[in-house]
Design a binder for this molecule. Structure first.
Ligand code: NAX
Length: 327
């Protein structure tokens, strides 16, 4: 049987953590033959650490055959020790009256510390997924704080936006969501993201031709996907958790085990593709194989798409400028 791998999860006592850890431990992320050791991080606060203890009791009570160990931590340098995968879910939420700049600064502090800790103690091949918002900029900060690790190992979660886009397209076309191929979401995980179905197909047929309605694209589809998080908060009184955890599983599973030639969306540091400045963590279409992702290149960007990409890029550059002095 395989040697266990180490999976660090931050914010482990939060709502996404509660929807995520059980699926990692059951083998849905890394395969039904891959034992895992969970290295869980929470803030030192007594309530958070107690909640974490409760989650660990429940994990134990599942008696997952693949769960080879569970650790609880309050120090990132211990939580990230030798870790092969790091899911950075914990972040500072926007409090009442908190300005965007304060939010950026609070998260910059968290992700600087965590980036440095990864740099110091994680496996040199660690695969990092940042879920905590602002996810792209937090990934950028962690990456910049970890100069000894390959930049390409730092990614941000755009997969929830991708999956939301797929579900809207399935509803619009009346086709099965699992048959949708070559969909992507460009840019920032925020309402400015650009979900792009121009290249998408269903059973070989073009989705764009099937829908053939640019007004629906611009005025219904994009705002629906972009504001889906807010719609869920309005309905549930809490932000998306199970769907976010599911997207994190999808992202890591595809990265680790491959996408079999299919496109998936990941937020990854640009190497200059599509004119996105190098280093900016941007949602791109990628394919994955042998534990590596590759940005799909050479796609045509029409005027409407360019405008959408420019808008989400401008927002990301604004966020990067906002934390520049902290790095
Ligand atoms: P919760 O508030 O339920 O849980 C967050 C947990 O993180 C808390 O238990 C908190 O104590 C812990 N935490 C805070 N700072 C920490 C630190 N420095 N080290 C370790 N743990 C820390 O939030 P939840 O609903 O689980 O959401 C977590 C994050 O995901 C939020 O930032 C949220 O905005 C973000 N999301 C990102 C999504 C994406 O698609 N990228 C979608 C879903 C979600 O909104």
């Amino acid at each position: 049987s395989k040697k266990p791998v180490r999976v660090a999860v931050t914010g482990a006592a939060g709502q996404i953590g509660y929807a995520l850890l059980f699926r990692i431990a059951s083998g849905e992320m890394l395969g039904k033959d891959q034992p895992v050791i969970l290295q869980l991080l929470e803030i030192p606060d007594e309530r958070a650490q107690n909640a974490l203890k409760g989650v660990i009791m429940e994990l134990e009570d599942c008696a997952f055959p693949l769960l080879a160990g569970i650790e609880a931590h309050s120090n990132p340098e211990e939580a990230f020790k030798d870790t092969d995968y790091a899911l950075l879910v914990g972040a500072r939420p926007r409090g009442p009256g908190m300005e965007r700049a304060d939010l950026l600064a609070a998260n910059a502090a968290i992700f600087t510390v965590q980036g440095k800790a990864l740099n110091k103690v994680a496996s040199r091949n660690v695969k990092v997924l940042v879920v905590g918002n602002p996810a792209n900029t937090n990934a950028y900060i962690a990456m910049k704080s970890a100069p000894d690790l390959p930049a390409k190992n730092f990614t941000a979660m755009l997969r929830l936006d991708h999956n939301r886009a797929a579900s809207q397209i399935a509803a619009k076309t009346g086709k099965a969501v699992g048959d949708i191929k070559s969909l992507t979401v460009w840019g920032n995980h925020s309402p400015t993201m650009y979900a792009d179905y121009r290249f998408a197909t269903i059973n070989g047929e073009s989705v764009k031709d099937m829908i053939n309605d640019q007004v629906w694209n611009a005025e219904v589809f994009l705002p629906t996907v972009g504001k889906r998080g807010a719609a869920i908060i309005a309905a549930r009184g809490l932000s998306s958790a199970a769907s976010a955890a599911n997207a994190a599983i999808d992202h890591m599973r595809d990265w680790a085990l491959g996408s079999n030639g299919e496109w998936v969306t990941m937020g990854v540091p640009s190497n200059g593709e599509y004119g996105i400045p190098a280093g900016i963590v941007f949602g791109f279409p990628v394919t994955t194989e042998n534990g590596e992702y590759k940005i799909v290149e050479g796609l045509e960007i029409d005027a409407f798409s360019q405008e959408c990409i420019n808008k989400t890029l401008a927002e990301l550059q604004g966020e990067a400028d906002g934390v520049k002095h902290l790095l």
